[in-house]
Each structure stands twice: as C-alpha cells, then as structure tokens.
Design a protein. Structure first.
Length: 743
C-alpha cells in the first residue's frame, strides 16, 4: 500500500511539474511574443499577415513582381513556392539580416503526397484504409520537405467529396467523414511529429475550410449551399479532427457557403473554428481568396474585403496583397481594431516561435541533411508499399479454368497497351510538388523487372485527348499475336486536380473506342484504370476479364503494379468513393437516405430512373482480393445498451481462398428512426486484417452511445433511444446484419 501511495505521490508531483513546465513554456512564449509586438510598427505588423508567392512553382492564377525589397522592409511574413536549402537561405537571410526586428519567415508549399519521393495521390492512398501507413507517408513527406528548407505544408486537404466531376476529389479521402477524419488526424500527426521545433517536422494546414468539396455541378470554385446539419454532420468532422489533433494552421476555401465566402465568414472562422472548437493557430486564405470576395459580390472593394476578412477571423492573406495595401487605412478609419491586428500577428509569431525559427532562423537549412534524406531508401520503400496498398481489384474473372489474375507463370506473350504504360510524368498525379518524373518506374519497366523482356511488347494505342486513332492498328495487331492484353487507361496528370472538373467522367479521348477494338480481338484483357477520380466504366466492367483501379501511384507506380499483376502482392484496397454507372446518377454515395418511396421493383411509384439502376457500378468500401473471405457468426453481446454501456459486435472472418491476403472488415450502423431522417448506413469502424489461406479469426468491434450521435431536430448533438441495425462485411453492400436497441 505504501508503495502505491509513493507511486501516486510521485506521479502527481511529475504531473504538476509538467503542467507547470507547460504553463511556464506558454508564459515564456506569450512574454516573448508580447515583447516583440510591443515594439513592432504598424507596417511590420501588417507585414506578418502578408504571404507572398515565389516563382519556383506556379500554383495559382497570379505571379509576383520582385518582393525582396518588401522582405527587407519587414513587410512579408511568409513565402510559398520557394524551396531548396540555398533558395530558402537567401530569402531567410534577407529577412533576418536586413529587417529591423529580424523576424524569420515561414516557408510554405503544397506537400500533398510527397515532396520529391511521390506517394499515391490521397484519393488512392485512402483506398489502403491503412491509417498507420498514411501517417508514415506524411512523416516521410515532411522529412524530405523540411530537408529542403520548408517548414509549412498546405496539407492535409480533407474536403469530403461526393461528386466525381470535381477534379479535386483526387486530393481528398473520399466520401465518408469517419474514414476521412481518421486520415486527417494521421496526416497532421505525420507532418507535425512530436515537436514542431524539430528540423524534420513542419506545420500542417488543414484545408479548404469549409465544404469546398460540395460545389454545385461538381464545378470547381462554384457555389456551395447546404443545411447546417449537413455541414456539421458530413463536411466538418475531418476539419475538427485535424484541429483536435493540433493542426497549426487552417486554410479558408474559395467557395461561398450559404451566401458568405469562407474567407469573410465569421460563422466559420470565429464561431465554429475558435469559439466552438478552441482552435489557437492561425487562418490563412487560399490564393487571392480575400480579393475574390469582390467577384463574389460580397465586398464592394478589395479594401472592404480585407476588413470583412480580418473581422471574420482571417489572419494571413495568401498572395492577395489586400492586407498589405489597405489594412493601415482601414485601421485609421476604425474599420478594424489594433487589437484584432495584434491577435493575428500574435498567432503567426507564436507559430514561428514554436517552429524554433526565433531561436535559429536557419534550423531547417542543412545541405548535408538535404542530400541524405532526399530519395532515401526508406522513402522509396515506403512509396512502393503505399502504392501497392492503394490498388483496388474491381474485377477478376475465370479464364481457361483459373482466375485471370495473378498472371500465370506460363504466360508466353504479354501485350501492354495504353497511354499510361510507358509513362513517367502522369504516374505522379496532380499536386506532385517536386516529384521528378525521371525517378518514376513505369508500368512497362515494372513488368520488365518481373518477366523476360522477350515476352512483353508495348504500344501506346491512343492518347488522352483528341480523336486520333492512328495507334489502333498496331494495338490490335499486337493484341492478336499475344496471350494476354494489359491495357493501361484513364486520365493524365492534368485531367484531375484544381480547376480540372469534367462534365463527363468516362475514359478521355478515344480510349473507350480503343478498348472496344481490343475486346473484339477476343483476347483476355486486364484493364488498369488510373485516374484522379472514379470513372464511369460500366462498359469496361462488362467486357473485360479483370480491372484494377490504381489512382495515380507516384514514384514507384510501375513496381507496385508489377507486384500485383504477378501475384507478389495480393491487392487489398477498398474504394473510398462510389463508382457511378453513369454521370446521371451523380451525386451518388453509400450513406444515403431511404426516402418515403425507396426503390421497389414491383411498384413504379418509387424512387428510380427509367433508364438505369439506382445501384452504383462499384460501391463504397468495395475491393476484391486474389483470395476470398467469408464473414459468419455475427453476434451481439447484448440486445440493448443504455447510458455508458458498450455493445460488442463479434464475427468470424475466414480466408477461404488459396492466397494469403488482407481484408478490410467494415462496421456500419443504421438508426431506423430519428427526430430527423437518418442515413441507411454510416461507417463506424473498420479493421485491416491479414489472414493466411485457410486461417480464420474472431474479430470484434465496440459500439457506444457516442457512435450513435447526430444533430437532432434542434441541432443538438446527441443519440436518441430507438432501434438500430448493425452491419459487418467486406463493403457497404455485402453485409451481415443484426438488430439492437438504445434504451
Ligand atoms: C491553390 C489551392 C490550395 C493551395 C494554394 C497554394 O489555389 O487552392 O489548395 O494550397 O493555392 O498553392
């Protein structure tokens, strides 16, 4: 007993010391910032709110005149799109050696899925459902970026998206807020690490706040209009998870929400972000998003836009120079207060302090470290693993008595056809930072590393755009003389990402016609579909023998594809966005409402299309394996729960096939009746499990009242007593189910 008391006393003392230490550090930080604020001129304060774009990369519609003079005059707080130890050092020295207060600069960049070593685009990597892997990708991305002198990334992008016409679905984690929230947290932790003042960790920036992923018509930058309930239940959770994970900064989005542009939206930037969520970092606008409030018709002038933005809680102006040009006058006119200005400056100075830049402005600048870390084996090995886990097997039918995939060892002649086969640049995908296409393993090179060169023959067949079919004949000729045809089709790097919405989401150019000609040869066909979004590939799904969806997989794309085709890796990916049969079904997603007239084939007065099924081509959570998995013995620990009780859901998962493999077992619930209608399914858990052939495991999930909460009729976030269903299975459609009640 005495020992226990001693342990308790010691831990209380240690806890007290650490709190005191934390408070001391905080007080030290506040004192430091107060001391700088007290001597800053108005120009110097406004300078800290000014984020200026360098010209080493162009990621927005405007470029800059030279800004070195502004830096020397202390009128720039941060730079984006400048990287590399030498280039960063040059500008940091300008700021630190020439300005009166020697305040260091932040250096930001879009490190979205890697800096030099490029990992799969986020939409693809999310298909791994491997949270640990995703966190490590962010960690390794930060290492390479920090080694190049950067200390701030405009990532993670966490915009929920249910409309594949929108090109930026490529940068996000799909349609589900539960999965996207876990991924958002993993990326923030990956980028920011344990301590921000570690030279290999960087400030993250969760974007684009908020609901940028729901533009009308799927057209980028278009209006977003939704209920507060939809906003809070579906679109806000990933941002909140990032804030709870300690994300250092938030980026306001281009879109208006309910009539108010995000960059001037006090409900978003102050009420929700700060008052409800307690966010302490700073908010940066997206590229000239403050200026664009004039286009929105929300501000009569840029000066007015600046006042609306600062009053809404926007701290830093990306590339718009609105704060730079007008805040002094707005202050003189009393349109903004010095207190507000000081608050914004304080938030920015605190991040610089926490990054260790006051202690050492050159902390991130080490040429030797840059060389050692860039393209390290750790980076390239992880890029391969991430690429493999990102691949989704959508179809794999029998051919001559066996599944077509993995490729038979006895295959004699492989035709490799399509614009993505011998292609380095497009493997990198959108937002590929400083990825070097010359480092990319193409699919052709990957296959040649696995199979004798003599059995592989390649022809491009078609391009991504236009009507030119000149490559068809050689493609058909090659197919006819081969045992098997592997087609690499889909989108190039420019057909998804920012400002890249598509009104039709089929195979671009004449690729569909190429596939039709190749199917006519009667040869077995494997389609490897690579794109920054789901594509409408229903014809393909009916007419080829096997389909892999592979997003854009990054530097190790070809090695990953070859490992999967050869069977050296058994694909385990699961879709994170629904694949529609037709663009006419969009928006289409799994977590839909039942409606008053759910589809009933026997009754025409029910919710349906005359010309197509309501069902998606491939549902959320779908992905096959070379083996097969069986779910059985679904059992609940009790028939009802109340208050703080938890319900244990157990089931047996068996690998019934002949390959070892990984399965993502998914848990969904349905609240049958609520004070507002509830979705027919909501993802509430998943486990990625490795099972050897023939092996089985009993797995379990736990459900508590917290998992059942939603915004009720009065917008209170709570769970309502009533009947529920629980589902467990391999995707959002093929599920075992059971009933329980919340008392
Ligand atoms: C772009 C994007 C944003 C990016 C920023 C800086 O317009 O919308 O995601 O972080 O500008 O490149």
């Amino acid at each position: 007993m005495k020992k226990l008391k001693l342990i308790l006393l010691t831990s209380l003392i240690l806890f007290g010391i650490s709190c005191k230490k934390l408070n001391t550090n905080n007080n030290k930080l506040e004192t430091k910032v107060d001391s700088i604020l007290a001597i800053m001129t108005l120009d110097e304060k406004i300078g800290q709110l000014n984020l200026v774009a360098g010209n080493m990369d162009q990621t927005g519609p405007t470029t800059n005149k030279e800004y070195e003079k502004d830096i020397k005059d202390g009128r720039v707080g941060a730079i984006l799109n400048v990287y590399g130890v030498e280039q960063v050092r040059k500008l940091q020295e300008l700021a630190v050696k020439n300005t009166r207060l020697r305040i260091p600069l932040l250096f930001g960049y879009d490190v979205i899925h890697g800096f030099k070593t490029i990992f799969p685009i986020p939409l693809a990597e999310a298909c791994s459902w491997d949270i640990e892997l995703i966190e490590k990708t962010a960690r390794l991305s930060a290492e390479e970026a920090c080694a190049a002198g950067l200390n701030w990334t405009f990532s993670p992008m966490v915009d929920i998206a249910r409309d594949p016409r929108w090109g930026r679905v490529a940068e996000g984690s799909g349609e589900d807020c539960y999965l996207a929230s876990l991924i958002a947290k993993a990326r923030v932790i990956g980028y920011q690490g344990e301590k921000l003042n570690d030279p290999l960790t960087m400030a993250a920036c969760v974007k684009h706040f908020a609901a940028y992923g729901a533009p009308i018509g799927g057209r980028d930058y278009n209006t977003v209009d939704m209920s507060d309930r939809m906003l809070r239940e579906t679109y806000l959770p990933p941002y909140k998870t990032a804030v709870d994970a300690g994300v250092a900064t938030v980026m306001s989005s281009f879109n208006e929400l309910d009539g108010v542009p995000s960059s001037g939206n006090k409900y978003l930037l102050t009420q929700i972000l700060r008052n409800e969520w307690g966010f302490k970092g700073f908010v940066v606008s997206d590229w000239t998003a403050i200026n664009e409030m004039v286009n929105h018709g929300y501000a009569a002038s840029e000066k007015k836009a600046g006042e609306l933005a600062l009053n809404a809680g926007l701290d830093m102006d990306m590339q718009g120079a609105v704060y730079f040009n007008y805040l002094k006058k707005s202050l003189d006119e009393g349109k903004i207060s010095e207190k507000q200005l000081n608050e914004s400056v304080r938030r920015i100075l605190k991040l610089k302090y926490n990054l260790g830049l006051f202690a050492n402005p050159y902390l991130y600048l080490d040429n030797k470290r840059e060389k050692e870390i860039t393209y390290s084996k750790r980076h390239l090995d992880h890029a391969l693993l991430s690429a493999k886990e990102s691949i989704v097997l959508l179809k794999n039918t029998d051919y001559k008595g066996r599944k077509l995939l993995p490729l038979s060892k006895s295959v004699k002649k492989i035709a490799l056809i399509g614009p993505l086969a011998d292609n380095k640049k497009d493997m990198l995908g959108t937002w590929n930072a400083q990825g070097d296409e010359n480092k990319v393993t193409t699919i052709l090179a990957g296959l040649k590393s696995k199979y004798p060169e003599s059995i592989i023959e390649y022809t491009k067949g078609s391009d991504f755009n236009g009507k030119d079919k000149v490559g068809f004949n050689s493609a058909i000729t090659l197919a006819l003389k081969s045992d098997i045809v592997i087609c690499t089709i889909g989108e190039n790097i420019d057909q998804s990402g920012e400002a890249a919405s598509r009104s039709e989401i089929g195979l671009p150019g004449v690729q569909q016609e190429l596939m039709e000609e190749l199917v006519k040869t009667g040869k077995p066909i494997i389609a490897i579909v690579m794109a920054g979004r789901p594509l409408t590939i229903e014809w393909l799904s009916k007419n080829v023998n096997a389909i892999l969806f592979a997003g854009h997989l990054g530097t190790r794309a070809g090695d990953a594809i070859a490992d999967v085709l050869s069977g050296d890796y058994n694909p385990s990916g699961k879709l994170v966005m629904t694949f529609p049969r037709s663009i006419g079904q969009v928006p289409i997603f799994y977590s839909t409402k039942n409606t008053g007239r759910p589809f009933d084939a026997k009754n025409s007065y029910t919710s349906k299309y005359l010309d197509i099924s309501n069902d998606p081509l491939f549902p959320f959570g779908f992905g096959l394996s070379y083996t097969s998995f069986e779910y059985s013995n679904l059992k609940l620990s009790k028939q009802s729960i109340q208050n703080s009780e938890s319900l244990t859901v157990t089931f047996t998962l068996k690998n019934t096939g002949k390959y070892d493999g990984e399965e993502v077992a998914q848990l969904y619930i349905r609240d049958l009746v609520g004070s507002v209608t509830r979705p027919v399914k909501e993802l509430k858990g998943f486990k990625k499990v490795f099972l050897k052939s023939g092996e089985q495991k009993e797995l379990s999930f736990s459900i508590t009242e917290n998992d059942l909460k939603f915004y009720d009729a009065n917008m209170k976030f709570l769970a309502e007593p009533g009947k529920f269903k629980v589902f467990v299975g391999s995707n959002s459609v093929e599920l075992l189910e059971a009933d329980f009640e919340l008392l």
